[in-house]
Write a protein that binds this ligand. Structure first.
Ligand SMILES: Nc1ncnc2c1ncn2[C@@H]1O[C@H](COP(=O)(O)OP(=O)(O)OP(=O)(O)O)[C@@H](O)[C@H]1O
Ligand SMILES: [Mg+2]
Length: 259
């Protein structure tokens, strides 16, 4: 499904402007990476898509439908999220954690009794295999798996309901570079197999170049680059990361007022 940001502004109660007029259309099936320094607004923008944040101005449209209280319950079934810290139930088994991705489509009694339909159980196994996990990992508690394995679970969980949109907020930030690359490859592969649109924030420029169809760079809540990875020049990279106010330009912190 297409994601459209229409003049999005997000101002926090303390006056911080996290997003400052974002206008973007991400076509269905695109793998779009958000780059930008810390505080640029990447997570805020992602979270506006599934209603975890509400824009102060403007609107987000998913598949032409405005994201609001009325549309969200339906839309959330088609939008999955992959988190930096995996967001797993640490004492739950691998299988239970993957199954959690289907909970929103199940009646409450099934969740409470743990009597899951067979097609969903098969889907758990299929996805576990697709992300490179073995049967033993299905039974083991999530906390007993390595970070890379945990994020594989996170990705399998995200694809349980064949989402049309996947939001990934720094999905490999907690992993070492080699694992990070493997997990990105997996995310990319699962998304393209299923035609899902992906909006993925990253801090790793090399991974953005390797996996994105399109890179959008944010800086202080504005888009300062939007194009194919090949079009990103060293000058763009310098602009994205160097323009942040160096410490010596920042006004002195009003310490007493802050505490
Ligand atoms: N709940 C909140 N209340 C107030 N300000 C917030 C809140 N969440 C984020 N902000 C502020 O909004 C701005 C954008 O934050 P955001 O988390 O979107 O940045 P980011 O690009 O994801 O950064 P990072 O790379 O560090 O994750 C920052 O100035 C941040 O301090
Ligand atoms: Mg963030």
């Amino acid at each position: 499904m297409e994601i459209r940001f229409d003049q999005i502004v997000k101002t926090w109660p303390d006056g911080t402007r996290a997003l400052n007029g974002i206008d973007l259309t991400i076509p269905a099936g695109q793998f779009c990476v958000l780059l930008g320094p810390s505080g640029a607004g990447k997570s805020t923008l992602l979270r506006c898509v599934n209603g975890l944040e509400t824009p102060s101005e403007g609107q987000v449209l998913v598949d032409g439908q405005r994201v609001d209280r009325r549309s969200l319950p339906g839309l959330r079934k088609r939008i999955a999220m992959v988190h930096q810290h995996f967001g797993l139930v640490s004492r739950g088994s691998g299988a239970l954690n993957v199954m959690a991705g289907a909970v929103s489509a199940l009646p409450l009694w099934r969740v409470l009794t743990g009597l899951y339909p067979d097609p969903l159980k098969r889907k758990v196994c299929e996805l576990m295999r697709a992300v490179g996990l073995e049967e033993a990992h299905l039974r083991r508690r999530a906390e007993q798996l390595s970070g890379g394995q945990q994020q594989r679970l996170g990705i399998a969980r995200a694809f349980m309901l064949d989402p049309a949109v996947v939001l990934a907020d720094e999905p490999v930030a907690s992993l070492d570079p080699t694992l990070g690359r493997d997990v990105m490859a997996l995310l990319r592969r699962q998304a393209s197999l299923r035609g899902a649109t992906v909006l993925c924030s990253l801090h790793q420029l090399d991974l953005a170049r390797a996996f994105a169809d399109r890179i959008v760079a944010l800086h202080r809540g504005r888009v300062i680059f939007d194009g194919a990875p090949d079009a990103l020049t060293p000058r763009d990279v310098a602009l994205i990361y160097d323009r942040a106010a160096p410490a010596n330009e920042a006004p002195p912190m009003p310490l007493l007022e802050a505490v």
